[in-house]
Structure formats: C-alpha cells, structure tokens
Design a protein around this ligand. Structure first.
Ligand code: SAM
Ligand code: SF4
Ligand code: SF4
Length: 338
C-alpha cells in the first residue's frame, strides 16, 4: 500500500506520529496533570477504550504509507502500559519507519531499558525538571526525589541509547534558578538537555504568560557561563533549536513553543490513547480513527480518510497565541500525548 504523501492547507507534510499509549501516569506534574484535577476520583479510560498493540501497529502502517518516518511513544506515562517492548517490536516491523523514540518520566525505565532496546527502540527522552529533591517533588506532585530519575538516565546510557535527552520544563519562580545548574550537570556527558518553555496545554494547569521563561533568556543565561554557538537543525522541522558549547562539551536544546513559534514547519500528528487523530497539540477535539478500525474499514479506506484529514489541516495554535487570537478549548496533554 503506497499513497501520495498528503500536504495540509499550509503545505506541510505528515512526517511524525506521536502515539499516546495510555492516559494514566504515576506522577502528577503540576503543569500537566495537577493532583487537584487528576485525583483519586478521576476517571481514566477503561482498558477496552484504549487501542490494542495490533490496532496501533495497523494504524502506524497506514501513517507510514502517508509519509510518517518517525514515531514517538508517549502518554501519560508510556511505561505503565503492560509489555511495552512488545509494541516496539511490532512497530519495528512497519516499513518506512526510520526512528522510534520514547518520552518517559523514567521511574520504570531501569527495569525495562534492555528489553526496550532489544525490541528495537532507538532513542529515549527522560523528563527531569530539577536536581533538587524538594523542588522536583513539588513539581511532580508525588514527592518523588531526583535519585530514581538519575538512575533512569544512567540505565539509558548503559543500555546504549544515543543520544539520551532530558526534558526540563522551565517555570519562572519554580525551577528557573536551576537552568545553569542543569546545564552544568549534563555538560560533557553526552546527555542533551532540552529546556522547554512552559506551555498552555490543556485547561487545567493555570498557565500564565508571566510563568514562561523565554528561550532567548535561557540561552543568554547559559551563554553567560559557557560561550555557546547555534548549531544547525538535525533535520527540517526539528522542534528544539540546538546550541553547542564553544569548548566542545556537547550541546543543549531550547523549545520555544511560546515565544518563537514553529507552526510553519510542524509535521506532527498525534494519536490519543483512545485512537483519535489530533492534528495539533492544542486542538480541542480529535478525529475518531478507532471507530473506523473497529468497524472493519480496509487499510485503503483508512488511508483515504487520514489523508483527507491531513489535507484539511489548518492548525497553527502557537502562532495564533502569539497574535492573541488563540482558541480557549483544548484537550489535556496527558490525554492526547505530549
Ligand atoms: N510521562 C512522560 C514524561 O513525562 O516524559 C511522557 C508524557 S509527557 C506529557 C511529555 C512531555 O511533555 C514531558 O517532557 C513533559 O515535561 C512535557 N510537558 C507536559 N506538560 C507541559 C507543559 N505544560 N509545558 C511544556 N511541556 C510540558
Ligand atoms: Fe505524567 Fe509526564 Fe504529565 Fe508528568 S509530564 S504528569 S510524568 S504525563
Ligand atoms: Fe504544531 Fe500545533 Fe504546535 Fe503549531 S501549535 S507547532 S501546529 S502542534
């Protein structure tokens, strides 16, 4: 099955698919799943609502036929999904997929890193917002300290994932005083830290523009300690802009989704755990692919439907936010996949 690669209304290809394998998580980061909202009575999706590995692999095959080359497994916390290496092994069989990456909070990684690697996972990104137990415990909403996440980074390195990346969501007055310390900790280790501007995903995190530390400030603060120079993107449409330490001690990235938007290059689609296609991280609703998959549609019919959805895509939320014209209804990131 080969189809003409569709272009959306703004001339963007479909290249990356982020697959949320669960809406559940073992942390409650205040910027993503605040504990007050995602409390004991919160109703997560029942198992039967979530796409099976067979269904996910079938959809991945259809997306690959439409031009997707990279997959990212995310959530929620993807390592909570049972037998995740099995999904990776199944996705590895999909023709056209060049890269499979995982974003995780790391808590369950040491026990699973080898199996994930053996199954064919290429890259791992681990989220770590602070090197201070008190700050990190507050931010992750569960009082979890830094040690288990450092252990996860170590296990990823030892297993041979390259490069290992760390995501740090920077919030003014919460953890921004640790930008330099985070840079220092990982300089020269081969680990690439990506400093992420705090985003207004979903509607529950109480986001305010004042909480955002602009990417240019992050770069200036690190550059004041160690001279840095900008580096070319690894590939067109790379989300993070890359910065290299002039003394050869590696690189870091900044993701400026708020202050320097990159919608023009956005080739990413997202598949929610329920099997809805979201064409933007900030979309309010998705398109129900699960119904099509479970109603016995052929691969050909699925291909035609997804191509049409992509061709109708007009999303550019971050640009609209910058112009004070953004819509307010949005799905939660833990649901549609970060
Ligand atoms: N649970 C996994 C983890 O934390 O790595 C994967 C899912 S999480 C939604 C994916 C990424 O989104 C994480 O690196 C997280 O820090 C980031 N993220 C979540 N909420 C965010 C927000 N409001 N602004 C910026 N990044 C956010
Ligand atoms: Fe869970 Fe990841 Fe969201 Fe934190 S950022 S609450 S670890 S899904
Ligand atoms: Fe892509 Fe939407 Fe983010 Fe713009 S706001 S870069 S269209 S996901």
């Amino acid at each position: 099955m080969q189809a003409d690669p569709p272009l959306d209304t703004r001339g963007r290809h479909l290249r990356d698919l982020r697959i949320s394998v669960t809406d559940r998580c073992n942390l409650r980061c205040s910027y993503c799943m605040p504990a007050e909202v995602f409390g004991p009575n919160y109703r997560f999706l029942p198992r039967s609502d979530i796409l099976s590995y067979e269904e996910l692999t079938r959809l991945a095959r259809v997306f690959a036929a439409l031009g997707v080359k990279k997959l990212r497994i995310t959530g929620g916390e993807p390592l909570l999904r049972r037998d995740l290496p099995q999904l990776i092994a199944q996705l590895r069989t999909v023709a056209g997929i060049e890269d499979i990456a995982l974003t995780t909070n790391g808590l369950l990684l040491p026990a699973m890193a080898r199996d994930l690697k053996a199954a064919g996972l290429d890259r791992v990104t681990i989220s770590l917002d602070s090197l201070n137990d008190a700050t990190f415990g507050r931010m992750n909403g569960k009082g979890v300290g830094v040690a288990p996440i450092l252990k996860a980074v170590e296990s990823a390195l030892q297993t041979g994932f390259t490069p290992v990346k760390i995501n740090m969501v920077v919030q003014r007055g919460v953890n921004d005083h640790e930008i330099e310390e985070m840079a220092k900790r990982w300089r020269g280790t081969g680990v690439v830290v990506r400093f992420i501007e705090y985003m207004d995903v979903g509607t529950t995190n109480g986001w305010r523009m004042n909480d955002v530390v602009p990417a240019r400030e992050i770069v200036a603060r690190i550059g004041a300690r160690w001279p840095v120079e900008s580096a070319d993107p690894n590939y067109p449409g790379e989300v993070a802009s890359r910065w290299r330490y002039a003394d050869g001690q590696g690189e870091f990235g900044v993701i400026s989704s708020v202050t320097n938007t990159f919608c023009g290059d956005c080739t990413r689609a997202r598949l929610s755990a329920r099997g809805e296609l979201f064409t933007c991280l900030f979309a309010a609703t998705g398109h129900d692919l699960r119904a099509l998959v479970r109603n016995g549609q052929s691969d050909q019919a699925l291909t035609v439907t997804i191509a049409a959805l992509w061709q109708a895509r007009d999303d550019r939320y971050s640009e609209l936010r910058a112009a004070n014209a953004a819509p307010t209804a949005k799905a939660e990131m833990s649901y549609l996949g970060g």
